[in-house]
Each structure stands twice: as structure tokens, then as C-alpha cells.
Design a protein around this ligand. Structure first.
Ligand code: FES
Length: 367
């Protein structure tokens, strides 16, 4: 909406918009996207080329990002930007295809499971068809392939297989000589995501061993347990890649402990928002958002991003799960607890991620 001064000088207002370095796209995008949705400037536009059913509740969306997009490394994530019911939403998903595919034909895939009660995953399943256009961010994340040919162990649960599919297909395309094992946990056979790719990789790549466990067939031995590592020789030498629901990840931590792996051998990525870590000390406190001159009290384990939003502030965010760093900002004083690790920050000035930082006592944030 034009302010009073701007209304009195439409040309001046137009000039300001044309040269507004902070948000030129905010003015142009509605016009440009009416002509061609792929011309959006505020984010990278990506057209849905096709939608493929993977399982009863999982679909793969084949996307063609505009030529402005910079590509990705296997295992990285992107934020998608969609408008649903007039509200703009950002969600993070892992690219399930390979960088080689993008370099060849310019397409990528996102393999997305309906989250129970999940507003955006369900909306995507119900509304996104071939021909639609969504926004995407540049890729981010460091769930990277190893620099050298180390023996590898992948452990994935459910839709946590998506970065693993990208890794395995990338490795299979390279002269990767070291042994690679995958332990994949799904509820039933019908819930295997990427079954065709996994079958093809296992059939054509002798160094790869794929073991799939069905955890809802009423057989306790299908749940992850130490016997599943029997077919993973020299486990203590391997680089381990983990992606799955929190319960599985916690169990894996316990099971791997006796093998004496170093921290730098274990690579994790999360695909759901972190839950609170149990802490002995009380959380919450008086929060000051200094630049906005807003003071609020928090008496629970809400992260600062939610506290700021509840106070009608609009800090930047992307994944809301500690991956993308888009919510990073400066804490000028006070202690926060990292929800992912349970570790406390220092008391002074430092950069924190609002979405995973829970105040512990009075905190001042520079937003
Ligand atoms: S929103 Fe992505 S790290 Fe906080």
C-alpha cells in the first residue's frame, strides 16, 4: 500500500520501487509472474514436469528449475516456497536425484511423503500437478559424500532414504571401489521409497549391499538391533550416514557406541523438526528483541523463532529445523540452549539460529 507521501508522488514511489535494493522483487514479481511464472525474481522458479507415485503416501515431483538456479551437491536440501490459501509457506526437502541428472537435463526430483496433519506436504500431494510453478531456494546442507573412497554404511528410515538415493546413484556413476552397505527401515514392503532405483543399483553395483527391514510385520527381529550389523564388515572403519526419524537416530547412536567410531565418521541429517531435548534446568526468560524494541516473557521450551513470531515479528526463516541457517541472527547477551544438541551457548554476543535456540534466562536478540 502507498504511504501518504508516496501517494502524493506516484512517480517518486515508482522510482523508489525500481531502485529498492532491499526488495526489488516484491514490486516486480506479481507483474512478472502474471506474464510468466518462471520469471519470478524473489526466488528461483521451478516448473513441475511430472508427479510420480512412489508409495501410497509418497510422491516424487520432477522439477525444472529456471536457469538462474546454481545446482546442488548430492545430499543437499532446498526450501520450497508455495502459496496456499493466500499464505506463503517455506518447507525444506532433500533433493533425491543426482547432480549429474541436473547437469544433463536441468531437472531435479523431490520425493515427499505426506506428513500426518502436515499442511504443506498434504497440500502438495493434493494440488501440485505437472505444469504448476513453485519457488525454490538455492541448495544448502553438508550431508556430503566422503572426499575419498572410504567404506560406507548408510542407515535410513522411511523418507530418510531421499538423500541416500542421491548419494548412492552418484557413487554408482563413479569408479567407487570401497564397499557400501545400506540398512533401510520401512513399515511394510509397500512403503519402500525408491524401490526401483535400489533394486537396479544392487543388481549392477557389486560393492553395494542393500538390506531392507519391514518394521510393521510383527517380527521384532526387523527392528534395528545389533544383529543387523553382522553383514557390515569392518564397521569401525566406515563412514556412517544416518537419516531417519528421531527414534531411529537415537537407537542407532546407542547401537553404534560399542564400535568406537569417531565423531567425524558419523554424518547425520534430520528430516523433521527437532523435538525438545530433556534438560534439568528451567527454560524460558525475559526476551528483548532489541531492534524492534519488543519485550516478551517465555516460560517454556519454545524456540526464539516461535517466540518472535508470537510477538508479531517476522524474522527470516527457511527450514525451521536448524539446517539452512536462514534464521541466523545475533544474540547480544544471555544464554540459549541448542534444541538439537542440548548444549548451552556462551553468555555473550554470538550468532545463533532462532529456530533451534531456546532461551535460558534473560536474552537479547538483535532483530
Ligand atoms: S530456519 Fe533453517 S536453520 Fe533456522
Amino acid at each position: 500500500m502507498l504511504s501518504t507521501i508516496e501517494k502524493s508522488s506516484p512517480l517518486r514511489w515508482l522510482g523508489k520501487q525500481l531502485f529498492n535494493r532491499n526488495d526489488p522483487a516484491g514490486f516486480f514479481d506479481p507483474l512478472l509472474t502474471m506474464i510468466n511464472p518462471m520469471w519470478a525474481q524473489g526466488f528461483v522458479a521451478a516448473r513441475i514436469e511430472s508427479v510420480i507415485d512412489e508409495t501410497p503416501d509418497t510422491r516424487t515431483f520432477l522439477l525444472q528449475p529456471s536457469s538462474r538456479w546454481h545446482g546442488f551437491r548430492a545430499g543437499q536440501h532446498i526450501n520450497i516456497i508455495v502459496d496456499s490459501d493466500g499464505v506463503r509457506h517455506h518447507r525444506t526437502f532433500t533433493v533425491s536425484s543426482t547432480p549429474a541428472q541436473w547437469r544433463t537435463d536441468g531437472t531435479i526430483t523431490l520425493t515427499i511423503k505426506r506428513a500426518p496433519g502436515g499442511r504443506i506436504t498434504n497440500w502438495m500431494h493434493d494440488h501440485l500437478q505437472a505444469g504448476a510453478t513453485i519457488g525454490i531456494s538455492e541448495a544448502f546442507g553438508d550431508f556430503d559424500l566422503p572426499a575419498g573412497p572410504s567404506p560406507l554404511l548408510y542407515i535410513a528410515g522411511g523418507s530418510g532414504i531421499t538423500p541416500v538415493l542421491s548419494h548412492l546413484a552418484t557413487l554408482a556413476d563413479s569408479p567407487y571401489a570401497a564397499p557400501v552397505s545400506l540398512l533401510y527401515y520401512v513399515r511394510t514392503e509397500a512403503d519402500v521409497i525408491g524401490a526401483e532405483i535400489l533394486n537396479s543399483l544392487a543388481a549392477n553395483w557389486p560393492a553395494l549391499t542393500v538390506s531392507i527391514f519391514h518394521t510393521e510385520v510383527g517380527d521384532e527381529s526387523q527392528h534395528i538391533n545389533p544383529s543387523h550389523f553382522k553383514n557390515v564388515p569392518e564397521l569401525s572403519e566406515r563412514q556412517v550416514y544416518l537419516c531417519g526419524p528421531k527414534g531411529l537416530m537415537d537407537r542407532i547412536d546407542e547401537l553404534l557406541a560399542p564400535f568406537g567410531l569417531r565423531d567425524d565418521q558419523i554424518n547425520k541429517t534430520f528430516f523433521s523438526a527437532p523435538t525438545s531435548v530433556p534438560l534439568d534446568t528451567p527454560l524460558g526468560g525475559a526476551i528483548t528483541f532489541t531492534r524492534s524494541s519488543v519485550n516478551v516473557e517465555s516460560d517454556g521450551d519454545a524456540p526464539l523463532l516461535e517466540i518472535a513470531e508470537a510477538a508479531d515479528l517476522t524474522p527470516a526463516y527457511g527450514c525451521r529445523m536448524g539446517i539452512c541457517h536462514q534464521c541466523s541472527c545475533k544474540k547480544t547477551e544471555g544464554t540459549v540452549i541448542n534444541r538439537l544438541t542440548g548444549k548451552a551457548s556462551g553468555p555473550g554476543e554470538e550468532t545463533i539460529q532462532l529456530c533451534i535456540s531456546v532461551p535460558q534466562g534473560p536474552v537479547s536478540i538483535d532483530i
